[in-house]
Design a protein around this ligand. Sequence first.
Ligand code: ADP
Ligand code: MG
Length: 732
Amino acid sequence: MSTKSSVRQSAVAALTAASAASHGQPIGSAKPRSLRELFGLNVFSDDVMRARLPEGTYKALQKTLKKGAPLDPTVADVVATAMKEWAMEKGATHYTHWFQPLTGLTAEKHDSFLVPDEGGGALTEFSGKELVRGEPDASSFPSGGIRATFEARGYTAWDPTSPAFVLEAPGGTTLCIPTAFCSWTGEALDKKTPLLRSMEALSKQALRILKLFGSSAQKVFTTAGPEQEYFLIDKNFYYARPDLLNAGRTLFGAKPPKGQELEDHYFGAIPDRVLAFMLESETELYKLGVPVKTRHNEVAPAQYELAPIFENANVATDHNMLVMETMKRVADRHGLQLLLHEKPFAGVNGSGKHVNWSMADDQGNNLLKPGDTPHENAQFLIFLAAVISAVAKHGDLLRVAIAHAGNDHRLGANEAPPAIISIFLGDMLQDIVEQIEAGGAKSTKAGGTMTVGVTALPTLPRDAGDRNRTSPFAFTGNKFEFRAVGSSQSIAGPNVVLNTIVCEAVDEIATVLETAVAAGKDLNTEIQALLPKLIKASKHVIFNGDGYSDEWHAEAAKRGLPNKRNTIDSLPDLITPKSIALFGKYGVLSERELHSRYEILLESYKKTINIESQLTAQIARRQILPAALRYQAELATSIGALKSAGVMIPPSQAELLAELVSTITDLQSKTAVLIKASDEHSDGDSLAHATYSRDIVIPAMNAVRVIGDKLEGLVPDDLWPLPTYQEMLFIK
Ligand code: ADP
Ligand code: MG
């Protein structure tokens, strides 16, 4: 037997031999505890602070948190000491400023609490200064031209609005302090800074509306609940697939005879081994205060979902990063590999992240919840109209927020929302919106009579929206669900865009209403006049039908809705005058920051395609071609033997050999084309480079794959070097 197939065969053997029980130890203390004991165990939470900080310090910190008052350095010192003591009781020896650079991952640099004393012993120290600001060597993080390496110093700044936590690893524990990451000149180099800025901006505008309605709220924040989809496969398969290992997705692989046709996986029973992984992940996440709520099988084989309860969008963003990282680490302990890529397996459903989004005031009121009284409903309709207007005007920016190479495989395929951004409202709300547009109406589809018109609005149904999974942006009763976000993405970007575009719409509405009220006009009359105008101007973005259908593509084009089919088509929308004006006006991202992000996104696209193309060529030449040649030799030998024995060679065997020979020739020629395409560079700027990757390199890569997958159907199983789709997806 060929030694070359040994990697794959030993992978299968190792898997069969292993049982879930024999896989690693739990990350932290293994003692089973009750949920109540576990939840937030490793979080420097409000309760912990209240218990451990002197009252004056606690109050001063609260003032910073609630009102954004500057933090007194002496307060920071007291907080730092309390944090250190607390973390050390949990076994921490080190601390780190935990931040989210533009790589889309999290970053950390650990420093120990240790300070040697004069007698050769050790003291521990952690000052307010160290808590509040850090200076990681930032030269290797992407900055998109903002920071030349000679001025490499970036700094991290404590974000007290997301709680510090202790991260356990088998060897020890570390105090993690959520921070923002900026350049020396104050420009954002991370995902958190613009998120915080956008939340602040939206808060300011939304409060103007609330004030008109007589609210005493002091702050509005956005809420987010990201539903995380992922694949889980055996680690041995993962190691035997250079493409998964290096690109996160398979670059070869014929479709298995059984895919997801039977639809028997969705909500099916969770296999024990996977369940063990889920339970342990959840335990670790509970300790970190992540409110994990739901787990289930997804549509594709080996695909699952985890959903938390929604939180303040800043905390939810940090928590989603922790969800992804924790699941990865726990999977490892169970001999499993977590795949967060949007499309790990061609022909099988990809993974997304539904970002549920709303706004809430500091009194706990959800601003997108239809109310019980006409008064509340008027306010609800104002915020709803603001979101609709915002998406109608800036759908292009929502599209940019989800644009990256991985998501290109998903959007527009008939499994995920199309790349056309539209809003789904549901029949009930649609009806109401239409009646408002018509100037107030009298009845609803749900039956019963009512008078629409702000003075006497009906009680709107709580969960009017039926489930339309084909819409990228759907109203689901009391929140919007942004479904086009990719599974591997940080939710910060989509939140920044949503917050900022809605901020603008709310600002404009507030100005109209305030002006009218200041002129002595009646608020309700003004609202009645304004709502139909807003709806009329933006109703083209509302679509309640099947987003997968061809008719919708035609209809959307007629309505003038942009259809940016891929990342490269979409990214330039980030730096249009419209975008620069919007983000600049609300202080969320400066023109320079937008350009830097644009460059980083293009660069990352180009690098992704480059890695994939090199891997494709490597696998074709070093794994598939040799296997095919070996089979060719076997076949030729076998036919030769017939010939020497004087047996007539059956035409089918001669044809098989001929087909193999010509497919091998195809593989070689297509691989040569790919290698040439990858080596060549187009002239021009980064957009030209990335466009070249899209138009020349990707098709060349796909052509090699087609031949590789054809060979998978020809070459005998025992010679085939790559774990197959069937094995990866169905052996658990
Ligand atoms: P599904 O969409 O799968 O039916 P649910 O309706 O249960 O799921 O909710 C999905 C997510 O929406 C959950 O994470 C939930 O916490 C979140 N969610 C609920 N209300 C809000 C809100 N006001 N703001 C943000 N997210 C919310
Ligand atoms: Mg959902």
